[in-house]
Ligand binder design. Structure first.
Ligand SMILES: [Fe+2]
Length: 187
């Protein structure tokens, strides 16, 4: 259902209130998720999405908001057909809602003890298709990868406790068993 009244500005105001009240990542996620669903369904969000994809990385990261210190990042991500991400974490909490097209999320478990800074062993847990309107809550420790298996560009709304290029987060190569820093191109 299209929600014509909710806006990015109203969402950012609510985000600030939620974070100011404090609480665990789980408690923050529980409050942010329904509001992110409202924003994803809003005319304001849809009119802001540029749907531009970066062919080099397979997706476009359109930053819609962040605080001056890079906290509370809101972004629209547009994904080329057949493209996606390596497994990665975020170093902060995250909420993702589908806006256009289905996106496949694969969830991974890290099985090594993290003592070697360059080594990581991953085990694939489950794969799930997320259609528009469905929300995903990500605690800072969750590792996932995202793929657009559709024929058209897909779009999703992403909300993070902090801009993920400023959290020191990681990407993983399950075949090579490596872990490396991951910074994405943002527009
Ligand atoms: Fe992610």
């Amino acid at each position: 259902m299209m929600n014509v009244e909710y806006t990015l500005d109203a969402f950012v105001g609510a985000l600030r209130d939620i974070v100011r009240r404090g609480g665990s990542a789980q408690e923050v996620l529980k409050q942010v998720q329904p509001l992110a669903q409202r924003l994803a369904a809003s005319q304001d969000l849809r009119s802001r999405c540029n749907r531009q994809c970066d062919p080099a990385q397979g997706f476009g990261f359109q930053l819609l908001h962040e605080e001056p210190d890079h906290d509370l990042a809101v972004a629209a991500l547009s994904w080329l057909p057949g493209r996606g991400t390596p497994p990665h974490d975020h170093g902060t909490w995250g909420v993702v809602v589908g806006v256009e097209g289905d996106e496949v999320n694969t969830f991974w478990k890290r099985t090594d003890d993290g003592s070697n800074p360059n080594f990581a062993a991953l085990e694939k847990l489950q794969e799930k298709v997320f259609p528009p309107g469905v929300v995903i809550g990500l605690t800072p420790d969750i590792i996932h990868s995202v793929r657009n298996d559709g024929a058209d560009v897909s779009v999703s709304l992403h909300v993070y406790g902090r801009n993920i290029n400023f959290t020191g987060r990681s990407q993983f190569d399950p075949a090579k068993r490596t872990v490396t820093p991951w910074v994405v191109r943002q527009n």
